[in-house]
Design a protein around this ligand. Structure first.
Ligand SMILES: [Zn+2]
Ligand SMILES: [Zn+2]
Length: 626
């Protein structure tokens, strides 16, 4: 097979008997006979027909009709190699190969599509590597290739999926694509769990009969086998003969010498039958996930709203329902006497305003309104109409902020952010700071609970830096997992999610460094120095190291600090990143466990409260300094 390493002009088509030209985006000409193209693509057939109508037999070789296409010459050339009897040519990168597929899909070249897919597999045998699959998934999403997206998602379902593990890959795709992947992942797991239960209780479809073992599960198969099958539901990568043999070996080791266990005698045929049955259950589960959605696909693509859209891998019942219901009645525009301008919302509500008011609030509108009006522009009752891209609800709030009336309060913090973004876009600096003041005063909504994650996503995509920073800090009060992000994940672009997760890690690292500083007591400057001298520490050091005693902290304190440190390292994403508020309680509990030590209780009585206060304030400072 060829790859497109050679310079393009030499490869471009010069087909004998050509009767028209395909011109690429980058102005390459591919001379080809119409009949091949027409036969393979109904979409191109129509395009060609338009150019050739009315039929004109007088075209000479010099003036062949030209059909302009939006693809590059390289991609078109590669596409044609799958139509003409020549050696097919697959682009060398995954990105380009996917683009080629998407072009074939767009022109409805069904047989060519299958042909290209086979050639791609031949050239790059499918990899089960996580990063490769993530890359293919993101590119398939980008080009709208459903089958490739599903295949990659299936490979990815073998891997753990949490934000911390994905961090460096998060910028590869939009939050919307990631959300789809996550939905697929959950669906696979739930279907697999129930199918595997059914498989176990049917004694592995009858393949596991006549076994003798010391312990059977309620499903009447050996306990270890039951556990093994169950474990696949949580970790699909365990569906692997090596893992099966490992489980068997572990069991035989545990039962060695126990004559009741005859698992060592399981026949090869039984294992093969069992394995075949298990494979068919697992394949069946994946097929079920796929079958759910295929015909709903188009619908889903059409119904995504504010959030960035992505190919849907799994259709969830009620998705389109809830969206249809979310349409609310349009707001009643403010009565504005003597208006001189109409601004129209994206959902076609007309708002009457005064040009000078708008011009005073917004240099953007000042410039816009100073331009001479085009003669063909629309007007209503003699007032010029300006079309804006914001919806009526937003414009209603915005306009209420320009006049001496009670401001129309946005219904949610999301809407506050969109309002702030509109102010940013139209240079309405003063209005923007009034809105911020209303939020600070509590008269406009502020983010509640895990809403801060979506607030971060919106603020980041709209370039609202101060809202983004404050939302980022608020996210630390919650776990950062796909569960807490919920639907809000769809609002993230990949970079925003990666940045937020890096921010969290930096905060965590600061907390860790801070806690570590409290484990040191080598000089008088360290706050923990006051605890040096606890008699219990003298037992801990061998005699020849006893000079180090003046640096050693009592074990209750060291344990307290190191436990918090370990928790931070392990749970930065699954728990709120909030040590400062509960550390004092933990300190007291730890100290009580050290009862009977006069030294530590005396230090606690004299300086304990100052020490805790310092610990709390240093930790709070460390968390918030990022
Ligand atoms: Zn056994
Ligand atoms: Zn002590």
């Amino acid at each position: 097979m060829l790859t497109s390493r050679e310079p393009l002009p030499n490869l471009l088509f010069e087909y004998r008997g050509a009767d028209f030209i395909l011109r690429s985006r980058d102005s390459h000409h591919l001379r080809v006979p119409k009949v091949y193209i027409v036969n393979s693509s109904p979409v191109l057939e129509q395009l060609i027909q338009k150019v050739l109508d009315p039929p004109d037999d007088a075209h000479g070789e010099a003036s062949l009709p030209v059909v302009q296409l939006p693809e590059s010459g390289a991609i078109l050339h590669s596409l044609l190699t799958f139509i003409f009897p020549v050696t097919p040519l697959i682009p060398s990168t995954t990105e380009e190969a996917m683009e080629l597929l998407s072009v074939a899909q767009k022109y409805q070249m069904d047989s060519v599509l299958g042909h290209i897919r086979r050639a791609i597999v031949e050239q790059n045998p499918p990899s089960t590597d996580r990063d490769t699959a993530l890359h293919i998934y993101s590119v398939a999403q980008k080009y709208g290739l459903h089958r490739e997206a599903i295949q990659a998602a299936r490979i990815l379902s073998k891997y753990r999926m949490n934000i911390e593990d994905l961090e460096d890959k998060l910028d590869m795709m939009s939050g919307a694509s990631l959300h789809e992947l996550r939905k697929y992942y959950k669906k696979v797991r739930s279907i697999l769990a129930s199918d595997l239960t059914e498989f176990r209780t049917s004694r592995a479809r009858g393949t596991l009969t006549g076994l003798n073992c010391v312990e059977f599960s309620s499903s009447q198969i050996p306990r270890w086998l039951d556990d093994y099958i169950g474990s696949i539901g949580d970790a699909i990568n365990l569906f692997d003969l090596v893992e099966f043999n490992t489980a068997l070996a572990r069991h035989m080791e545990a039962e060695s010498g126990n004559s009741g266990c005859k698992c060592v005698c399981i026949s090869g045929q039984t294992v093969r039958n069992f394995w075949e049955a298990l494979a068919s259950v697992i394949n069946g589960s994946f097929e079920k996930v796929r079958a759910i959605d295929i015909d709903e696909l188009q619908l889903m693509k059409l119904t995504s709203l504010q959030a960035e859209s992505a190919l849907s891998l799994v259709k969830e019942r009620g998705d389109s329902q809830t969206r249809a219901n979310s349409a609310t009645s349009l707001p009643e525009p403010l009565e504005v006497p003597g208006a001189s301008l109409i601004i129209r919302s994206s959902d076609l509500v007309n708002f009457r305003v005064h040009k000078p008011v708008l011009a005073m609030a917004s240099p953007f509108f000042k410039d816009l309104l100073s331009l001479p009006q085009p003669s063909d522009s629309e007007s209503i009752d003699g007032l010029p109409v300006v079309q804006l891209s914001e919806d009526a609800e937003l414009l209603n709030s915005l306009i209420s902020m320009l006049y001496p009336v009670r401001p129309v309060i946005p219904k949610s913090y999301d809407k506050v952010l969109y309002l702030l973004a509109a102010c940013q876009k139209y240079d309405m600096i003063q209005v923007q700071s009034s809105i911020r003041a209303e939020v600070n005063r509590g008269s406009f909504p502020a983010p509640v609970g895990t809403e801060v994650f979506r607030a971060y996503a919106i603020a980041s995509s709209k370039g609202l830096i101060s809202e983004m920073e404050s939302a980022a800090h608020l996210t630390l009060d919650h776990p950062m997992t796909f569960e807490t992000l919920g639907e809000g994940l769809r609002l993230f672009d990949g970079c925003a999610l990666r940045d937020l997760s890096r921010f969290r890690k930096r905060c965590r690292d600061n907390l860790v460094t801070c806690l570590e500083s409290f484990t040191r007591a080598s000089t008088r400057l360290w706050p923990s120095r006051i605890w040096v001298g606890c008699p219990s520490t003298s037992d801990m050091l061998p005699r020849h190291l006893s000079h180090l005693r003046r640096r050693v902290l009592p074990s209750w304190l060291r344990q307290l600090l190191s436990r918090n440190n370990n928790d931070l390292k392990l749970q930065a994403f699954t728990q709120p990143l909030v040590i400062p508020s509960n550390i004092r309680g933990e300190y007291l509990t730890a100290l009580q466990s050290h009862s009977g030590c006069e030294f530590c209780f005396r230090v606690h009585g004299m300086k304990g409260s100052t020490f805790c206060a310092e610990l709390e304030s240093k930790l709070a400072e460390a968390r918030d300094k990022v």
